[in-house]
Design a protein around this ligand. Structure first.
Ligand SMILES: [Zn+2]
Length: 116
């Protein structure tokens, strides 16, 4: 993939994630708001699980944003498209599906196993 195309796609992804993150942060009840949870336990339970869901989406959106930013940094220093672990070229098809991919499929699998 052309780096200019990759750059454009990554910047669009970053902007989308920025928007989603700020919307989600606006929806998330802060520590002050959580003190005012309704006393009714059923209501409080549903509010909490909703907040948990929002939090989970936020965490994954932030994680993806970090990956996108890291990919943009690799574009800037000309290491984009190279696996950060083994240094091999990441296959075109993989970058096409996931422009923010930092690793080839093999290293990504090993990395995912290590994190577990
Ligand atoms: Zn690799």
């Amino acid at each position: 993939m052309e780096t200019t195309v990759a750059c454009k796609r990554l910047e669009e992804m970053r902007d989308d994630l920025d928007r989603s993150i700020s919307i989600l942060q606006g929806e998330r009840p802060g520590p002050v708001a959580s003190a005012g949870y309704p006393q009714d336990s059923a209501d409080a339970g549903s509010t909490l699980s909703e907040a948990d869901r929002t939090e989970a989406i936020l965490v994954s959106a932030r994680g993806q944003r970090d990956e996108v930013l890291a990919a943009l940094a690799r574009l800037a220093d000309n290491s984009y498209g190279l696996c950060v672990d083994c240094g091999n070229q990441i296959p075109e098809g993989r970058l096409d599906a996931r422009p923010e991919a930092a690793r080839c499929v093999g290293c990504q699998a090993k990395h995912a196993r290590r994190r577990r």
